[in-house]
Design a protein around this ligand. Sequence first.
Ligand SMILES: [Zn+2]
Length: 294
Amino acid sequence: MKRIRLNFFMLFDTHCHLQFQAFKEDRDDAIARSLARGMILNVVGTQKDTSRAAVALAETYDGMYATIGTHPIHLFPTHVDEEETSFQSREEDFDEAYYETLARSKKVVAVGETGIDLYHLPKDKPKEDVLAKQRDVFLKHAAFAQKHNLALVIHCRDAHDELIQTLKSTVNGQLSMLIRGVVHCFSSNWTHAEQYLDLGLYLGFTGVITFPAKKTNPQVQENLLEVVRRMPLDRILVETDSPYLAPQAYRGKRCEPWMVEETVKKIAEICGVSPAKIEEQTTNNARALFLKGE
Ligand SMILES: [Zn+2]
């Protein structure tokens, strides 16, 4: 176990992808830059190989944990083309036996990222089929998380109503599942936020909250900042989603976990409290969710 820890753990990046290709050349240095600041990191998998790599990293470093699962965009071959990345996703199913083996590691703290993504749609499949498949696989992840007493890391893009409906689905009037988890990179409005909070979920905020409003549609950012303002402090998590979504101060650069301090600063500014208070609170929240208070 490599110990680079210097300070008391003060900041918890609850969602990063340090195992991705973007860190191929200097992964250990990038990790050291964050761990040297006394951070705790949750490295999140998106399919089998990136989940295995997340566990391997977590097993190597003190202060690092792993999340294992299959991202909804990997259930179909899809072309992903965005500001910071462009790739063809590889099709893969949720291989429960494979994840069972990974879940034996004590460093595995959550299942995901799983969820619903209706933004990246494959060209040759009707939306209903994509949604049905993603929903089915999401429920499998949720059951797996429950079975292993792990948290759930939920991804949602252009599908909050569909996801909330899935979460609220009932069997004989009872919620069909009780989930301990986080809706990561939350970027919608208070109507959605409130429903997730009612279900007991945490919301994770990234550098997106530091971005300026889009001139073409400023309402989107106003809605998001309103959510931050209205959030109960004990349900906020901070994350980078690195290597993506570098906060505004570093926009265009590869994002690294230590940059999560920009998100902390922004939350502190919006909520009118000190950054130190937000650091402490969000770290305690993340410990409660992922480390069961450890
Ligand atoms: Zn992610």
